[in-house]
Design a protein around this ligand. Structure first.
Ligand SMILES: NC(=O)c1ccc[n+]([C@@H]2O[C@H](COP(=O)([O-])OP(=O)(O)OC[C@H]3O[C@@H](n4cnc5c(N)ncnc54)[C@H](O)[C@@H]3O)[C@@H](O)[C@H]2O)c1
Length: 249
């Protein structure tokens, strides 16, 4: 069953981890996908592996011109834009809050929050004109149930959640839906930063805080993203779905 036939999507940060899993699953469900990443090597590889239904756009989600290029590629290259997955994200290493530099703080808010502003700026006019569109924010359980050592990252994800919910309230009249996925710690490149160090003891400690007893996988997040992107979710907006094995219970 192709649940995303004829959909055109942009997935930011799709060269690795959750974004890669989402882009691959979207394509498998029939979507055409603009694969974005700041890391050209990884992003190009993902797009190449997907094949004709993917195009890679190198770019930084904090740069206006780069985000415009992603949207233009969807519109000119594939002929439309239905879904944006705001997945690209960054964090500081797990450490005492006052040891995080101001430059790191600024970068985290730019990548995790300003990206919502820029993608909205370039995509909403088009979505408004056709009276449909979907935004999906990959936030985090960090924004709901924060762990110590990740204070500024946690705050940025809280901001991403509230911003996305506010977008849902404001854009509903245009039939533009905005939903949020909150994954628990997952097996991606970011995990070592979240744990401070990737040791068997640290992993066991994180897993012990997840009632279902494991870390999240890109496929868990991709499954939720397909649902929100599909017409099955046509009456769902402003929802925040924890994909967290019960961590937030
Ligand atoms: N891994 C986890 O434990 C976890 C848990 C909850 C939420 N998240 C969130 O999931 C999202 C994906 O992270 P991941 O875990 O897959 O990590 P990842 O490092 O595997 O992937 C993140 C990707 O985003 C790209 N990226 C970073 N900054 C960018 C920018 N400015 N412009 C474009 N691309 C950029 C990176 O190059 C990388 O390919 C992030 O928003 C992250 O905060 C991760």
């Amino acid at each position: 069953m192709n649940r995303l036939s004829n959909k055109i999507a942009i997935v930011t940060g799709a060269g690795s981890g959750f974004g890669k899993g989402i882009a691959q699953r979207f394509a498998a469900e029939g979507a055409r996908v603009v694969v974005n990443d700041i890391d050209a090597e990884n992003g190009e590889r993902v797009a190449r592996e997907i094949g004709a239904h993917a195009r890679f756009v190198a770019g930084d989600v904090t740069k206006d011109a780069d985000v415009k290029r992603m949207v233009d590629t969807a519109l000119a290259g594939f002929g439309g834009l239905d879904v944006i997955v705001n997945n690209a994200g960054t964090t500081h290493r797990n450490q005492p809050m006052l040891e995080v530099s101001e430059a790191q703080f600024d970068r985290i808010y730019e990548v995790n929050v300003k990206s919502l502003y820029l993608t909205a700026k370039h995509a909403v006019p088009h979505m408004r004109a056709k009276r449909s569109g979907v935004f999906i924010t990959i936030a985090s359980t960090a924004g709901v149930r924060p762990r110590p050592g990740l204070t500024w990252y946690n705050g940025s994800k809280g901001a991403a959640i509230v911003t996305s919910r506010s977008m849902a309230a404001e854009l509903a009249k245009d039939n533009i839906r905005v939903n949020i996925i909150n994954p628990v710690a997952g097996e991606t490149a970011m995990l070592a930063d979240f744990m401070g160090e990737d040791t068997p003891e640290k992993r066991a400690q994180f897993i012990a805080s997840v009632p279902l007893g494991r870390l999240s996988q890109p496929s868990d997040v991709a499954t939720a993203a397909v649902f929100f992107a599909s017409d099955e979710a046509s009456f769902i907006t402003g929802a925040c779905l924890e994909v967290d094995g019960g961590r937030c219970v």
